[in-house]
Every structure is written in structure tokens, then in C-alpha cells.
Design a protein around this ligand. Sequence first.
Ligand code: GAF
Length: 382
Amino acid sequence: MVNEIAQKFSEIYNQKPTVFRSPGRVNLIGEHTDYNNGFVLPAAINKEIFFAIAPNNTNTFRAYSFNLEERAEFDLANVQPSDIGWANYLLGVIAQLQKANYQVKGFDLVFGGNIPIGAGLSSSAAVECGLAFGLNETFGFNIEKLTLVKMAQKAEHEYAGVMCGIMDQFASMYGKQNHAIKLDCRSLEYEYYNLAMQDYRIVLCDTQVKHSLASSEYNTRRKECEAGVAILQKYYPEVQSLRDVKLDMLAQHQQEFDPVVYRRCTYVVSENNRVEAACADLEKGDMKSFGDRMYASHAGLQHDYEVSCPELDFLVEQARQSHAVLGARMMGGGFGGCTINLVKVNALDEFVAQMEKAYQQEFSVQLKTYIAEIVDGSSFVK
Ligand code: GAF
């Protein structure tokens, strides 16, 4: 695909580009904790987007989406949100660079890749991070990686309207081959955990459900968490976010909570605890316990945070019945997308066949599955 994208670039713009790449991500555990200043455990995967870029000595940004086969052109003197959906992720990044006084000169772009869109694998973060990384290199801005991550996240807030946390962009930029990243979303300190799993593989089962609810409900969840924090702050002034909350603090003031807000908060606090415990499991090599925590995470997302859907619940339930699976859960924002499954390497084919059959019978849809390999974050390709 890299070569095809570079070739397309030469065909359209008549010059040779530099190519960069940025990956999508999985998240092993720690869902909806990032914007609560908590912990997450993502990893970059071998589903990626490539960016062929070259300056064009004008003040125009010309873009071609390889996957959609669409072109667009924008005046860099007047960057604003566009009606062209896919272009907004790119324009959002340019706008952030300009806001920080980096001079983005005219450039040409062809971008495309193999991250399924809307599958919860962070294709949007990969687009944002890849362009931020590529422009930083192309124009020699010398911006630190963490600043690029924050710019990419802001692009999502301001040009896609999703008030996302920092996990996806961080994972796309900081991924490391065969490692998961335990990220403290408050301090932004991080630690790599070796995931060179001899006996297991990460298998993603894609429901292919793309709920339009996702972004509005996502922003609602954020508000519900903030409402919970506001109640607790009356009693615990040191509480800044759900990260600072313990389950017994919630229990003590339960009567003051709207029951829905209470369940949201309970989920987040429990999930934060689970990430820490799951990392301890990894250190001990206790994958059985790690898998159990994945199921517990799903149950919380399903019943308390209410961001799952029948297709995701069905797939997790099927996985639970398979002797080949250590743990499974929905992954990402929710309302569709993929489940993540830890599957015994010697039973991969059997697992995939069972899941495909069951999904077909239940929903009359051909299940898509991907075996995720863990790769490095955004980088130069050629
Ligand atoms: C989406 C968001 F972009 C992330 O920041 C994170 O909140 C995730 O949903 C849920 O854990 O991917």
C-alpha cells in the first residue's frame, strides 16, 4: 500500500513525496478512563494510515483520499471546518499548528490505509497524528512528540466535535512494537509493558455496527462524570476528577447522586482500579486473571456505563463460552466497533470459525476478524 500511495501522489502532483505512517490502536483495558484523568493500557497495531507529503510552494493544501478516491483543496490563509468530513481531521491539525504560530506552507498530500473506519480502532487519531508527525518533519518544526499528541487531540475536539481523551492519539504516536503502554492520563507518565505473548494473540471481532449515537453519547458520558465530581467536591475539596475518587466515597454519598450518574462514576472508579490490577497481572504473567478483568470491564461498560450494544454483548458472551479465550470486552468509545479477545494461539482458527458462525446465525452478518500485531507509533517510512 505504501508504494501505491506514493505512486498515486506522483501521478496527481507530478513530484516525489516523503511517506510517513501512523497506526490505529487497541486498548487492552481502561475504557472511558482517559478523560477522567485515569489509567489506560493501549497499544498501536498493524492497521495503519500512510501519508505521502511534499511542499508545493503555494499557499494551498491539496489532499487526496486514497480510500475514498476524493480530492479537495484548501486555502491555508483561511483554515476552517469543512463540509468534507474526512478533510476535517486534517484541517483540524493544520489549524492547531497555525494557532501555535507554526507556518504551515502549501503542501500536497495523498493519504490512505487499512484501518476500518468506525470500528473503534482510532482511524481518526491515526489521521491526526500521522499528519501532525508528517508536517512536523516536512517543515522542520521540531515540535516535541507529546505536543503533537495534544495538538492531534485538540483537532478532534475542535474539528470533529468529539471531546475525546488523550489515549488514542497517545497510542498512535507512542506505540512500541510488542508492548502495551500504561498511560497515566493525568501526569502523562507512561510505562511500556512487554506483550510478546508466546501463547496468545489479540483477535478483534468487528461487529460492523456504526452507531451515529457514539459522539453525542460520548460527550454526555463526560458530562455525567463531571456531575459526579461536582457532588464529591463538596465533601472532598481535593477531588479534581474521578481519578481521585474511591468506591467508598461514592457509596457514602450515594443518596445525593442521580442513579445514572452514580453508576457511571462507579464504573469509572472500578475500571481505573482494574487497569492497575491488570498491569500487576502482566508483571506476574497471570494472563488468566488479566482475562477475567477484561470480562469485568465489559460488564461495567454494558450495565453501568451503558456504552455497549447487543452485537458487542453477544460477541463477548460467545467468547466467554470458548475454551480458547482468556478474556474479551468491547473496546473504544462503544455503541459498535470491535471486541478485543485474548485467544490461545493454538486455537485461533477454531475461535474465528466459531465466532463467524455464531454471528452469522444471530445477526445474518458476516463477522470480520483481525489478528492484531503490536507495532511502533508514527514514523517516517521512506
Ligand atoms: C474513544 C476516545 F477517543 C478515547 O479518548 C477514549 O475515551 C475511548 O473512546 C474510550 O476509552 O476512543
